[in-house]
Design a protein around this ligand. Structure first.
Ligand code: GLN
Length: 487
């Protein structure tokens, strides 16, 4: 059964159809691995053991009766910020402990339609605010490549569960890098789709103009399969783009001769670890060898991206998180009157980083400061978006490191928010501009920690990203699961 860890979704589907193993056996294989390994990695907040077996049996029935479904019997983990009907969804926050959504997110409905098996809900930074998953109110997730290090965040549970081989693939979310940075730290593939390409209906909001759901997996093919399923117009999300997701697997194997690869000079300067720089430059060389053409480009407003992001995301978060007041959802503390109840609920329910964001966000939106901060940030956001529009006149895809460093030690940055924020410096611009971007494993540093390269595409041009990512996957042929967990 171990060979399923290196098979893609289609290959597993074929084996299931041929009867080489059943969906139930496959699900039990992953449940056993979770039992064996997740005690030390702690990627799952909730393992939906019984439900998974039921879903697997149903998939087996559908397979036997010849029904179609692209994910029939495929075990998947879901970040605990995505609503799953009847299954606790906490956002890794005490304030939502015990919250049972009365409906499924659109992405979950679509996975169900294709016959997936839900293995459980995976850990994250509280409300997706963070870059190490250490802000979870419940547990610290470890990086399978070095258990003293962070898996990245905020989708650290999604990335670690994929890299440890505790699911076939997972869903994460990305507001400023939360799919790509953990994918990079854990040595797996992660895609943040174009803003509006995947429905946010049923995704618990952090910063609505930036949030996107996307897949993480051990191969490009699985990302392509999953994007087709979860992507496309949804009338329940007013920011959803009117398009239908195509079969992205058709891009896999296309050659990249003559493709212009933009290399932004602002991304290869100060602050970047030299081994990361070297690793990324090496695979840029590989792309050249395969016929791609390098083009030096400039994204001059990059230096403002971090500041812009932390104004916009905190402003939106302060408004989105106002709904957690003890009345409708989750935690409710007693108080002498209603105001006291609100206060006690919020003081006890939210963690430190979430409170920091609510305070900052309330400040930048407050009268007298709005013009200086929020309005200014929105204007700079437009300049950042225009930088990309200009750059994409010269190239089809932009290549950068995903993160300035490889995985850092647990505890190393948690007391210094600015240091933590800097870990997303290369991923945030794509969110501000709404562009699709993928992190692709591209090698290891001298400490055997994975390095990730980021591919940024034009709006809705995930296809080109897939094409380049697939070339890299084949050329580099890297290990996706550490030896320790390959048995
Ligand atoms: N690390 C960034 C933050 O803390 C991005 C988080 C995310 O993408 N959800 O806001």
């Amino acid at each position: 059964m171990r060979e399923v860890l290196t098979m893609n979704i289609r290959e597993i589907g074929t084996a299931l159809k041929k009867g080489e193993f059943s969906a139930l056996e496959l699900t039990e294989f992953f449940l056993n691995r979770i039992e064996k390994y997740d005690g030390e990695i702690k990627s799952y907040l909730l393992v939906t053991r019984d439900l998974a077996k039921e879903m697997a049996k149903e998939a087996d029935r559908r397979i036997r009766s010849g029904e179609s479904g692209e994910l029939l019997g495929i075990p998947i983990a879901v970040k605990d910020i995505i609503c799953t009907k009847g299954i606790e969804t906490t956002c890794a926050s005490k304030i939502l402990k015990g919250f049972i959504p009365p409906y499924d997110a659109t992405v979950i409905k679509r996975l169900k339609r294709e016959g997936y098996v839900l293995l459980g809900k995976v850990n994250m930074d509280e409300f997706a605010m963070g870059s190490s998953t250490e802000n979870s109110a419940f547990q610290v997730t470890r990086n399978p490549w070095d258990k003293d290090r962070a898996p990245g965040g905020s989708s650290g549970g999604s990335a670690a569960s994929v890299a440890t081989g505790l699911c076939v693939a997972s869903l994460g979310t990305d507001t400023g890098g939360s799919i790509r940075q953990p994918a990079s730290f854990c040595g797996v593939f992660g895609l943040k789709p174009t803003y509006g390409a995947v429905s946010r209906f049923g995704l618990i909001a952090f910063a609505s103009s930036l949030d996107q759901i996307g897949p993480l997996a051990r191969c490009v093919t699985d990302l392509a399969i999953l994007l087709k399923i979860i992507g496309g117009y949804d009338p329940s999300d007013s920011t959803s783009l009117p398009f239908s997701a195509s079969d992205y697997t058709t891009f896999l194997g296309q050659d990249i001769k003559g493709l212009r690869i933009g290399i932004p000079k602002e991304y290869f300067t100060e602050g970047i670890d030299h081994e990361v720089k070297h690793g990324v430059e090496k695979v840029i060389g590989t792309l050249m060898k395969c016929g791609a053409e390098p083009v030096e480009i400039s994204l001059p407003h990059t230096k403002y991206a971090l500041a812009t992001y932390y104004i916009i995301c905190t402003a939106e978060a302060s408004s989105n998180l106002a709904r957690y007041d003890g009345v409708k959802y989750g935690l409710r503390m007693g108080g002498k009157d209603i105001l006291d109840m609100y206060k006690k609920t919020r003081v006890n329910g939210f963690g430190k980083e979430v409170k920091r964001r609510i305070l900052l966000g309330t400040y930048v939106l407050s009268s007298g400061y709005y013009e200086a901060y929020y309005r200014k940030a929105s204007q700079v956001r437009t300049l950042i978006r225009r930088d990309f529009e200009e750059a994409f006149k010269l190239c089809e895809v932009i290549v950068t490191p995903t993160s300035p460093t490889t995985a850092f030690k647990l505890g190393e940055k948690i007391d210094d928010p600015l240091k933590m924020y800097l870990s997303d410096i290369f991923t945030i611009p794509a969110n501000l501009a709404g562009l699709p971007a993928m992190s692709v494993p591209c090698g290891f540093d001298s400490q055997n920690l994975p390095i990730g390269i980021q591919l940024i595409g034009r709006p809705l041009d995930e296809g080109t990203i897939f094409k380049v990512a697939y070339v890299l996957e084949k050329e580099t042929d890297l290990k996706k699961i550490p030896d320790e967990f390959s048995v």
